[in-house]
Write a protein that binds this ligand. Structure first.
Ligand code: BG6
Length: 488
């Protein structure tokens, strides 16, 4: 595995720890090797030490992505012996000639290789082109060459299209693994099992019984030290066409014919393709953006977004986005999908809430609606809200909740969420990776909002709140309200 951007945050925080977990589980081949490639000078022993030290540091921090209590010395030694480093320039073809030689020196003639682009997006195209020029994209007889591309994949439809076209000049679609780390989350993967592994939910899973769907991804963290990237991206680009649309696709898609990668990807893509592209007028009316001001979120004091490092003091970038979308197909016609995501909110809460239509006749007072909540994080689980009779002589209905929590049923080894993705890429399973058109349909659906937000200002909200008042108004207009963030 050649890791471009080997000294960056992603490699340190997620790739090496995940590869360690895979090694510990005995899932890496004895001939597996990591070749780190980056532009900084660093000796090989120094690189190995840096990776090892960081792994240990993360292991002692319960809040890190890794969160594991102890590093097994034997496993780390096994992995460490398989780590090399090479200095090179992402834009310089001669660096890639040297790289090709190094790959053969390590792996013998024509080894299988995964090229992992853990680099800033502006280098994606150059690295792919240079791999092609150095003859590294061509698959050796009996082996493979794969390219893993991180997000952000483009910044709008036009740039995503041109990036796809550029990568596809050198690599074929079956060689390209476009990552969306949400697809590696256990609870996200469980969405399909819940829907299609049970008989009880699917008959109700359509416009005849579902009133509306709310998809939330709220974080208490602010922009922290990512202002440089975030200020040009914003909440919509950062979260919606990728992570939230994957939740939407898994909620809305038809059952695939089989669990083959092609079958699953085809259905996910069809769901995203069916998202109604809003007109300019609709985009103005059906999208709300916000930006956080100073406050307290997640038990920490946060400075306002505009005061954060590397953020323009007059920035108009949104840190909160809420959209109302429709899926134009037989199953979902007329059912609103409300999506929202934000930084510096009152709680960390990622969930899909399906709100069913009420009973046809209100025998017990007001109209009631049952809600099925698929809780992605934290406290992963599924709950169903329904009416029950309050004890006592009078018949009074009250909403109660039936809840399943993952941790009550399964023992789960700590993981970063990248293990499955890396393993699937090494074994050639593209199910959890996005197809070129899947990405383009997603950008097509959000482009009108990006255009609508080119002018005007985001609505302000205090860090630690549930977003701007205008977000509540978006639902109120339709007679709904958002579920309180972090509600359980
Ligand atoms: C990333 C975004 O892709 O996803 C971040 O760039 C965001 O801004 C993160 O915080 C959320 O992922 P998770 O797994 O923490 O919910």
């Amino acid at each position: 595995m050649v890791v471009f951007g080997a000294r960056g945050d992603l490699a340190k925080r997620l790739l090496v720890p995940s590869l360690y977990n895979l090694a510990h589980a005995g899932l890496l081949d004895d001939k597996f090797h990591i070749l780190g490639f980056d532009h900084g000078d660093c000796s090989e022993p120094e690189y190995r030490k840096q990776m090892g030290d960081f792994l240990k540091e993360m292991a002692s921090d319960p809040n890190s992505e890794f969160g594991k209590a102890k590093i097994d010395a034997k496993t780390w030694k096994w992995l460490e012996e398989r780590i090399s480093y090479q200095r090179g320039d992402f834009e310089d073809p001669t660096s890639f000639t040297a790289l090709a030689q190094r790959v053969e020196a390590i792996g013998g003639k024509g080894p299988s290789a995964v090229f992992y682009l853990a680099v800033a997006p502006r280098f994606f195209g150059d690295v792919a082109d240079n791999l092609g020029k150095a003859g590294m994209a061509a698959e050796p007889r009996g082996g493979f060459r794969r390219l893993v591309v991180e997000k952000p994949f483009g910044a709008d439809l036009a740039s995503a299209r041109s990036l796809n076209a550029r990568l596809l000049k050198t690599f074929a679609e079956p060689q390209i693994y476009r990552i969306d780390h949400f697809l590696g989350k256990e609870t996200v993967r469980n969405l399909m099992v819940t829907r299609f592994g049970n008989g009880v939910f699917e008959p109700l899973w359509n416009r005849l019984h579902v009133d509306s769907v709310q998809i939330t991804a709220a974080e208490t963290l602010g922009v922290e030290d990512r202002g440089g990237y975030y200020d040009s991206a914003g909440a919509l680009r950062d979260m919606i066409p990728n992570h939230l649309f994957q939740l939407l696709a898994l909620t809305a898609m038809e059952a695939p014919n089989s669990l083959d990668a092609d079958a699953v990807r085809a259905e996910r893509t069809r769901a995203i393709e069916a998202i109604k592209v809003p007109s300019a007028k609709e985009a103005k009316a059906d999208g709300v953006r916000g930006q956080y001001q100073a406050g307290e979120a997640g038990g920490r004091k946060l400075i306002g977004y505009r005061a954060s490092p590397k953020v323009d003091r007059k920035s108009r970038t949104e840190t909160f986005a809420a959209l109302k979308l429709y899926i134009d197909n037989w199953r979902w016609a007329g059912v609103p999908f409300y999506l929202r995501t934000g930084k510096a909110m009152s709680a960390r809460d990622t969930e899909v809430a399906i709100r069913f239509k009420g009973a046809p006749h209100a025998l017990f007072g007001g109209v009631t609606a049952n809600t099925l909540v698929l809780q992605i994080q934290p406290d992963e689980g599924i709950s169903l809200e329904f009416e029950a009779k309050e004890p006592g002589p009078e018949v009074v209905a009250q909403t109660v909740r039936m809840a399943f929590l993952y941790r009550d049923w399964f023992q789960h080894e700590p993981s970063t969420g990248y293990e499955t993705l890396l393993y699937d890429c090494l074994t050639g399973d593209q199910t959890l990776f996005k197809r070129a058109d899947e990405i383009e349909y997603a950008w097509r659906a959000v482009d009108p909002f990006l255009t609508a937000w080119k002018t005007g200002e985001p609505d302000m909200y205090h860090a630690g709140s549930d977003g701007p008042a205008s977000a509540a108004a978006l639902l109120k207009r339709d007679g709904w309200a958002w579920r309180p963030v972090g509600h359980d």
